[in-house]
Design a protein around this ligand. Structure first.
Ligand SMILES: *Cc1c(COP(=O)(O)O)cnc(C)c1O
Length: 403
């Protein structure tokens, strides 16, 4: 079937409407470009929510996957396999941590961090049984499980899914004082996105992460950085926390760790933290499987060269300079770091959805976050020429709506 309308109709009729996709049916992709079933090409400015940082069909990643597919794909963790050691050591080295615990999706890695923090709280910090609390931020996005949506402040994500998991305190994002006030003797962790992606690429005030680090250290509380979307090159550093020279106790990783090929997530922490998990206390059938490890090892190799971080930094400066020049011309505000931008469009021109649709008609795929905010996060392999073209199309899309 190659008819766009038919494919969309069947998809919508036979699947739950938990997404509201743009009306494009993609068939293939390479680098920063995708092609739909009718042969139209679009520049991908979403990158699978930053899962495709290294581009569609990245040769090194695809080669690693192909080679592994032909040899061994799954053993379960009941046995060792020959890709696991390199993965664990490689990701440990990349994060500077002693140990890793692999899962599959981002939400599972966040759940893992929550479980580890609670167990660490009881066994190491000495919090009384079932008393542990974790401080989280307003407008957070950490995934879709029942526990994670329990502390979401987004009504769509949260409402109607109770009863909710207790043990979380929600404070204002960007305010270190709010965290300081919320910490008590039973606090085991502060869970934070170094930049809030789904909320609209919200960058906290300079020094915020450093202050959180200090508060956590002073109070014997784990700092957990959810770098699932902000990490692995997107912001111009390996981790968004690097920008402030901050090292969290626990890194939560996902998305681009799977190279846009398979779901791979993990947490990384030192032995005094991750050592609290013993056999039978946590796991996943597919977590750390040979295919996932081979792909993640290719991703780690790519990151170890530093090329993508440098490229995101350089192209990010170009992107932010151009977008900055659009403020006052249909654009209200621009935020972000590296090759990652949240662009607030003047709401009187239209909704974020209408801008996304106008961009699509001009050959650029991007997604609105909340209200009239458009997120731009192209694969880091994008050429400077294509990046500038995408920004021109955004200006054009604004004109289309204005006209
Ligand atoms: C996408 C995302 C998640 C959830 O990852 P899934 O793989 O969709 O479960 C968690 N945290 C952040 C910051 C994310 O962007």
């Amino acid at each position: 079937m190659t008819d766009t309308a038919e494919l969309i109709e069947l998809s919508e009729r036979r699947s739950a409407h938990n997404y509201h996709p743009l009306p494009v049916v993609i068939r293939e992709a390479e680098g920063a470009w995708v092609t739909d079933v009718e042969g139209r090409r679009y520049l991908d400015c979403l990158s699978g929510y930053s899962s495709l940082n290294f581009g569609h069909g990245n040769a090194k990643i695809i080669e690693a996957a192909r080679e592994q597919l032909g040899r061994l794909t799954l053993t379960s963790r009941a046995f060792f396999h020959d890709q696991f050691a390199a993965f664990a050591a490689g990701l440990g080295d990349l994060t500077g941590k002693d140990m890793v615990l692999p899962m599959n999706t981002g939400a599972e890695a966040v759940e893992t961090a929550i479980k580890v923090a609670r167990k660490w709280g009881y066994e190491v910090k000495g919090v009384a049984r079932d008393r542990a609390n974790i401080i989280v931020m307003e407008d957070n996005f950490h995934g879709r499980t029942t526990t994670i949506v329990s502390f979401s402040t987004d009504p769509d994500a949260h409402d109607g899914f109770g009863p909710y998991t207790p043990g979380f305190k929600i404070v204002k994002y960007g305010s270190a004082d709010a965290v300081r006030d919320a910490v008590d003797a039973d606090t085991v962790a502060v869970l934070v996105e170094p930049i809030q992606g789904e909320a609209g690429v919200l960058v906290p005030p300079e020094g915020y992460l450093r202050q959180l680090r200090e508060i956590c250290t002073e109070n014997n509380v784990l700092m957990i950085a959810d770098e699932i979307q902000s990490g692995l090159g997107r912001t111009g550093d390996t981790f968004a926390c690097d920008h402030e020279g901050v090292v969290p106790d626990v890194y939560v990783l996902g998305k681009a760790l799977g190279g846009g090929v398979v779901p791979v997530s993990a947490i990384a922490a030192d032995r005094d933290v991750l050592g609290v998990i013993r056999p039978g206390q946590h796991g996943s059938t597919f977590g750390g499987n040979p295919l996932a490890c081979a792909v993640a090892c290719a991703v780690i190799d790519i990151l170890n060269t530093g090329e993508y971080q440098a490229r995101a930094k350089r192209l990010g400066a170009v992107l932010h300079e151009r977008l900055g020049g659009m403020v006052g011309r249909g654009v209200v505000a621009v935020r972000g770091r590296g090759l990652w931008a949240g662009v607030d469009i003047d709401p009187s021109l239209g909704t974020g959805r209408q801008i996304s649709e106008a961009l699509m008609r001009r050959g650029v795929l991007a997604k609105d976050t909340h209200g009239s905010t458009i997120r731009l996060a192209p694969p880091i392999v994008i050429s400077e020429e294509d990046l500038l073209w995408a920004v021109d199309q955004l200006a054009g899309a604004i004109d289309d709506l204005d006209g």
